[in-house]
Design a protein around this ligand. Structure first.
Ligand code: HEM
Length: 485
């Protein structure tokens, strides 16, 4: 009855006291996901905070997150209408727009195109693997060159170029050299993208800060410039594709999007959605992948015995006369365990892109109104002490059973690609990429830390947690192999 409904609607979600004007902004700290996990101990897994003028619901722990994103998948599939989100991909982003019939169509086209270029059949699988193989071996050469004379160097930029090249090869049929300064400058600038759109970023929840000449204002301006510059780069490539487009020959993903979006029937998407989608894929595919590669390498030089164990298994399974490929994946359980443990332990995408509710919804008995901003704390799932023994310890062997095989139930419990209607659409290609990059790098090279440098796991916060500056040195293991196609 109405009376009961009103009563239920009035029941406030639990949560910390919110100060006037700023709400809980000053309490977020350097690492909001840790603050959110600590608040969950006090207020439960579903609670509310206030940032500026926005009430925000924070979801923690596997049960509450799955109840929301799977059982109430449509209700939690929205994105907030943030000013920064509208600046992305010329306003034609799929990742940063709200749930709608048009968005569903957009996501379906993006998903099927990714599949068509990575896993549709054995030929596309092979072509995709060849791109990664080429980039991995290029990295080996660049790393060896940078280590000449025993020098230490920071690998972060080279990983960014390598990851961007894989996705650019899919989207444009083109890669860029590690010494292409124009491409490098562009990538260096979009590296900052995640600081603005990560959950807990204050620019969108306190838009009034823009009216003051303060750092938040310059963050907005800078974010706008980054997006425009990146969008212009993609637009130029897509224009070239349009000019030479042949409906009978699909050269790459840009052609596929021109075909599906511009020439597709009744999808409600205008032609500028082509550039928007390509920008989304390059942005999402490049930053996450290069960050994960940086974390894996950092953890391997911090735990040299883990690196040795991975290499021993690679030598056993692959041998020294050929490079690893995807057929080796099942045999390299320990390498897979290292990858999953890196994703779990770092939880380097600690909160998903912010969600919003598309209608009123009740979760764990608590009422959440339509259009509420929702933060999803993936870190809390991966560090739940009830699920993971010593969650704060890096221990890849937790994923192996007594026969040394990968425990699939456990690997499926790692939450890094989110779940439900907004789940990452690049998860499969990310898994192939990360496996091949690490297997090939570790087959060919050994990585060492600089003994004069303190190795910390400190990181900067944003959509992705990025390790701070660290340096490595690379040594060749045996002979340098040439990829065979
Ligand atoms: C969304 C993680 C690689 C494309 C997401 C989200 C996460 C994520 C957490 C947000 C989900 C949500 O809001 O609930 C990752 C990780 C990656 C990775 C950890 C690598 C290890 C990729 C790659 C691509 C990609 C390689 C594409 C080539 C996307 C897109 C979305 C997305 C388009 C937006 C989906 C939507 O809003 O419907 N990813 N991602 N990602 N990802 Fe990934």
């Amino acid at each position: 009855c109405l009376w009961v409904r009103n009563l239920r609607q009035k029941k406030r979600l639990p949560g910390p006291f919110a100060w006037p004007v700023v709400g809980n902004a000053m309490q977020l700290g350097q690492m909001p996901h840790i603050t959110f996990s600590n608040l969950a101990k006090k207020y439960g897994n579903v609670y509310q905070i206030r940032l500026g003028s926005n009430d925000i619901v924070v979801l923690n722990g596997e049960t509450a997150i799955r109840e929301a994103l799977i059982q109430h998948s449509t209700e939690f599939a929205g994105r907030p209408d943030f000013v920064s989100f509208r600046m992305i991909s010329g306003g034609r982003s799929m990742a940063f727009t709200n749930y709608s019939k048009q968005w569903k169509m957009h996501r379906r086209i993006a998903q099927s195109t990714i599949r068509a270029f990575s896993s549709a059949n054995s030929q596309t699988k092979k072509a995709f693997e060849q791109h990664i193989l080429g980039e991995s071996m290029d990295l080996v050469h660049v790393f060896l060159k940078m280590s000449a004379g025993g020098q230490y160097f920071n690998p972060s930029h080279e990983f960014t170029v390598a990851a961007a090249n894989v996705i650019c090869a899919l989207c444009f049929g083109k890669r860029y050299g590690h010494d292409d300064t124009e491409f490098s400058t562009l990538l260096g600038r979009i590296n900052k993208f995640g600081e603005t759109v990560g959950a807990g970023s204050l620019v969108d929840v306190m838009p009034w800060l823009q009216n003051f000449p303060n750092p938040v204002r310059s963050v907005y301006q800078n974010f706008k410039n980054i997006n425009e510059e990146f969008f212009a780069f993609v637009k130029e490539k897509v224009m070239q594709h349009r000019e030479t487009f042949d409906p009978d020959v699909t050269r790459d993903m840009s052609d596929a999007f021109i075909n599906g979006i511009e020439h597709g029937k009744d999808n409600g998407l205008t032609k500028d959605f082509v550039e928007g989608t390509v920008t989304d894929l390059i942005g999402a595919g490049q930053d996450t992948m290069s960050t994960l590669l940086q974390w894996i390498l950092l953890l391997l030089i911090k735990h040299p015995h883990v690196q040795v164990r991975v290499q021993e298994q690679i030598d056993d399974v692959v041998g020294r006369d050929r490079l690893p490929n995807m057929d080796d994946k099942a045999g390299l359980a320990y390498l897979n365990a290292v990858i999953y443990e890196t994703m779990r332990y770092t939880s380097f995408v600690p909160l998903t892109i912010p969600h919003s509710t598309t209608s009123d919804v009740t979760i764990e008995g608590l009422h959440i109104p339509k259009d509420t901003v929702v933060f999803i704390n993936q870190w809390s799932v991966n560090h739940d002490p009830l699920k993971w023994r010593d969650p704060h310890i890096f221990d890849p062997s937790r994923f192996l059973d007594e026969n040394g095989l990968l425990d699939k139930d456990l690997t499926n419990s790692v939450m890094i690609f989110s779940t439900g209607k907004r789940r990452c659409i690049g998860d499969n290609i990310a898994k192939v990429e990360i496996f091949l990059f690490t297997a090939i790098l570790l087959h060919q090279c050994t990585f060492e830390s600089d003994p004069s440098e303190a190795l910390t796991l400190d990181c900067s916060y944003g959509l992705a947690l990025k390790p701070l500056h660290y340096t490595i040195r690379t040594k060749l293991r045996g002979k340098l192999l040439t990829p065979v196609s």
